[in-house]
Design a protein around this ligand. Structure first.
Ligand code: ZN
Ligand code: ZN
Length: 437
């Protein structure tokens, strides 16, 4: 059984009700039984004084690498990394090997997530067979599967063909599915190693212009307007894309979007030493783009913070910059980066931060009883110390891969406890023993 826990005296932050006050939270049988002052009951007491108690985080964008690249990450190790980062649900991107483009694969991913038992692993399905952008994937079958897929994407690639994008959106409307795009015009981005600008010129690396993202974002917004399909733009990175989404929302288009911690905390200056761990796709952009991402998170144009956790084996990253694959591991540094770069400088309140990390992504995915701490909600809870400082040690990460550009960096804010469906998955900062990692 999951047991009973009384989280005593923490700062309870629940964006679903606008709550930000000192209170106790009683967890029993996998649910929130009560929230209030001076609670008692037959339960294990967890002292939360000085700590924040919030609904567990929901990552809209995790690459779990299983099936296919279990040497880089498995669903069990991704789940452990997620729990360590305060997450209780992750959306698994479908660019595995084989691609998750049919019911059998998404059900396997879903079942492996259940087996690991640390977070909800919610499979996303591919839009196209093999993510080749030609034939439609088995979308209906994936929706009706046990995994009940609702977010579809060819992430890793953008859908290059506008007619295919339109057809996929038209099809998804019938299932209330979400069309999620990795916005990248491959012809414009071809051969690009980093953001196109003064720095790429100085470093002698081929650039990826902001327009490679913005053209596809604009196209998809137009197609969402045409079809009525729900559109989600993954990892947006440029000031122009933020403005496109802002205008589309004002107009009533059903569009949501996310930004990553690396895009609000780093710029292309991180490439000055040719660090392959700072090579990501979309690339780290200019300071004005970074500032626009922060502004988008502040005014809610950007709905969610998502990690784009992308594990890579050491031997693949430890090569000349131009040969390194893009991506970094992000689950375990997301909270620290957000507290350090968004909350500490006064851009976001804690309430707004928890909204972007939990409440709104849970709503986008339609996760009932998640992203909230109300009575009867699922007892997915993160307890974190907003003031603790720690230094990122890549070797200490729970993720099987260690590709982070944040190694050696000191961050403020750390997860202390995570509860998943009423069970502790992280206690005093350590992922529950006995988990296969
Ligand atoms: Zn992507
Ligand atoms: Zn991705």
């Amino acid at each position: 059984m999951s047991g009973s826990f009384l989280l005593r005296g923490g700062r309870v932050v629940d964006p679903s009700t606008g709550t930000d006050e000192t209170a106790d939270v009683l967890i029993r049988d996998g649910r929130i039984e009560a929230v209030g002052a001076g609670l008692s009951g037959d339960a294990e007491v967890v002292d939360c004084s000085g700590l924040v108690v919030a609904p567990g985080f929901v990552d809209l964008h995790t690459h779990v690498r299983e099936p296919g690249r279990e040497d880089e990450e498995t669903i069990a190790t991704a789940s452990a990394a997620a729990a360590a980062g305060g997450f209780t649900a992750i959306c698994a991107m479908p660019n595995t090997d084989p691609v998750a483009d049919n019911a059998a694969i998404v059900e396997k991913v879903w079942a492996l997530g259940r087996e690991a038992g640390l977070v909800d692993v919610i499979p996303a399905g591919a839009l196209s067979k093999g993510q080749r952008g030609e034939k439609m994937a088995d979308i209906g079958e994936m929706v009706r599967s046990q995994a009940r897929v609702r977010l579809f994407t060819d992430d890793g690639h953008g859908v290059q063909n506008a007619l295919f994008a339109r057809r996929a959106m038209e099809y998804l409307v019938a299932f209330d599915g979400i069309y999620a795009e990795h916005c990248e015009d491959e012809a414009l981005a071809a051969g690009g190693q980093m953001h196109e600008g003064e720095r790429s010129a100085a470093l002698g690396l081929r650039g990826i212009p902001a327009e490679a993202e913005e053209l596809m974002a604009a196209r998809d917004i137009a197609l969402a307007r045409l079809t009525g399909c729900r559109l989600h733009l993954l990892h947006i990175s440029t000031a122009g894309t933020v403005e496109l989404v802002r205008r589309a929302k004002a107009e009533g288009v059903a569009v949501t979007c996310e930004a990553t911690p690396h895009h609000f905390s780093l710029t292309d200056a991180a490439l000055d030493e040719y660090d392959p761990n700072a090579k990501v796709n979309p690339p780290l952009r200019s300071e004005s783009d970074r500032a626009a991402i922060v502004a988008g998170l502040v005014d809610g144009t950007i709905d969610a913070i998502a990690t784009d956790h992308a594990p890579h084996a050491l031997e693949e990253k430890d090569v000349e910059f131009q040969y390194a694959p893009p991506g970094l591991v992000g689950l375990e540094t997301a909270l620290g980066l957000a507290l350090t770069h968004l909350v500490a400088p006064g851009h976001l309140s804690l309430l707004a931060l928890v909204d972007r990390l939990s409440t709104t992504p849970a709503r986008i995915l339609g996760l009932e009883g998640q992203g909230r701490l109300s009575v009867e909600a699922t007892a997915n809870v993160v307890v974190f110390d907003p003031n603790a400082t720690w230094t990122v040690d890549p070797q200490a990460l729970s993720s099987r891969s260690k590709n982070t550009p944040f190694g050696g960096r000191t961050l403020t804010g750390r997860v202390v406890h995570t509860f998943y469906r009423g069970r502790p998955t992280v206690t005093d900062g350590a992922v529950k023993a006995g988990v296969m990692v």
